[in-house]
Ligand binder design. Structure first.
Ligand SMILES: [Zn+2]
Length: 457
């Protein structure tokens, strides 16, 4: 069966061009100015055709702080697909003391047969020893070419020495590491002080995790990466001081990739100072939302290509789960939903507001994550031979984001009331029409595991 998308404008990382797109056997078989001869012709005139979005930072079915994220692979990937994301890369996370193999098995159990979009895993390394080192080649063989380390959270963090050794070994094997950069010790100290002073509300959350302690960790990571002579990815970067550390490392000749997230581009820390607990607690995530004044720096970095990717760090908890921290802000499970709204938000507040171009959006949501995480050219671009993952975006549409319309398994939306410019009309996953006008058409999970290769960015 050949399906032709006719009359649209194809978006790539370099620009736009008017072209028809022919899909056949899950792949794109032709792209050309005028095509005919399909079994089915879909009129997409006036619409932009983006490659299916890739969200390289999700946490589905993750146990955190004595609870589990409200979205599992079933609900999370369904929400992703509705939002135009046809591939997610989730963070596999072995239980403390377990092997990487255990972690990988566990994540396949969570995801296989339950995902509505395609998916891959990064592997979390929260310890470093001979056993883990010996497991790494098997991870690559299993399609895991990227890893995650934490410089904060006592249960997860890896010390400087171990990080240095791990980075060296991953460099040898051709892997890449994404790192959560926040200083652990000083944050702990500040939290203890706030608690001792009886300041236990969510307002203490941003105060105890200031931007300069993120910048400090970014700086230290980049010096460790310099010692190990290897590129690294800074995940969910939030502020200009951290960006300056990245610039300094690049000036030294280091390769540094940076990710940010919609919440840092669009929301700010004022929400934490709301008197009502739930109104503030729902926004708790780490790093926290920052001052509004940081946002123009992030947009500018995105426009200049100093930030390569925009992922969501989707890590959803219901308001009831957030209430676990009613008496103590450190017990609020941290994380925001976002997988369902990223594409429309970045288009509306980036492209439509002329902060970035459609091509730059395509780089940040499609091409760069595909290249960075070894999915390119199967994913991340529209060309002959690539998977027929396509977002048909209607720039003339508009709607208001409301939690009640969203399908992620969470009872609030951080972007409640945001008005979109344009909207997703259709989502095609490997040639199959999967979402139309906000409705998920597919009844059963159809996502495939993506064994990933090496970086090409
Ligand atoms: Zn995360």
């Amino acid at each position: 069966m050949k399906t032709l998308l006719k009359g649209g404008t194809v978006v790539s990382g370099t620009g736009l061009r008017r072209a028809d797109v022919l899909m056949e056997n899950e792949k794109i078989s032709r792209i050309s100015r005028h095509l005919e001869g399909a079994d089915r012709v879909v009129d997409v005139s006036g619409c932009l055709l983006f490659p299916g979005f890739i969200d390289a930072h999700t946490h589905f079915d993750l146990d955190v702080a004595g609870t589990t994220t409200s979205d599992d692979f079933y609900t999370g990937s369904r929400a992703a697909l509705r939002g135009g994301t046809t591939t997610v890369i989730d963070f596999a996370c072995p239980n403390k003391g377990d092997s990487l193999h255990d972690g990988l098995d566990l994540w396949h159990q969570k995801a296989d047969g339950k995902a509505f979009c395609d998916y891959g895993f990064h592997m979390t390394i929260d310890d470093w020893n001979e056993g883990i080192r010996a497991e790494l080649p098997d991870m690559f063989a299993a399609g895991i070419s990227s890893f995650k380390m934490y410089m904060t959270y006592p249960a997860m963090m890896i010390g400087d020495r171990d990080m240095y050794w791990a980075l060296k070994e991953l460099r040898r094997l051709g892997g890449i590491v994404g790192v959560h950069c926040e200083n652990a010790g000083v944050i702990d100290g500040m939290i203890a002080e706030r608690k001792a002073a009886g300041k236990l509300s969510p307002a203490s959350h941003p105060v105890t995790r200031p931007p300069y302690l993120e910048a400090e960790a970014v700086s230290r990571l980049l010096r460790i990466a310099q010692a190990a002579d290897t590129p690294v990815v800074i995940v969910h970067l939030t502020n200009r001081e951290a960006l300056r550390e990245v610039e300094a490392a690049r000036k030294r000749g280091q390769t540094v990739y940076v990710e940010t997230c919609p919440q840092y581009l669009l929301l700010d820390e004022s929400v934490y100072f709301h008197d009502e607990f739930s109104a503030a607690a729902r926004y708790v995530c780490a790093p926290p939302l920052r001052e509004k004044a940081e946002q123009p720096y992030l947009w500018k970095a995105l426009r200049k290509g100093a930030i390569q990717t925009v992922s969501t760090d989707h890590c959803s908890f219901t308001l009831e789960q957030k209430a676990m921290g009613r008496e103590d802000f450190t017990k609020i499970p941290g994380g925001l939903p976002g997988v369902e709204t990223r594409g429309e938000l970045i288009y509306s507040y980036g492209v439509a507001k002329k902060r970035i171009s459609a091509a730059q959006m395509c780089k940040a949501l499609c091409e760069n994550p595909a290249r960075l995480y070894g999915l390119y050219p199967r994913k991340g671009l529209l060309r002959r031979g690539s998977d027929a993952d396509i977002v048909v975006y209607d720039p003339g549409a508009s709607h208001i984001i409301r939690s009640e319309d969203c399908i992620a398994n969470v009872d609030y939306n951080p972007y409640e009331g945001f008005v979109t410019s344009g909207g997703i009309r259709q989502v095609w996953l490997r040639g199959r029409l999967s979402v139309e006008s906000g409705r998920v058409l597919v009844q059963e999970p159809q996502g495939q595991y993506m064994a990933r290769g090496k970086r090409s960015l």
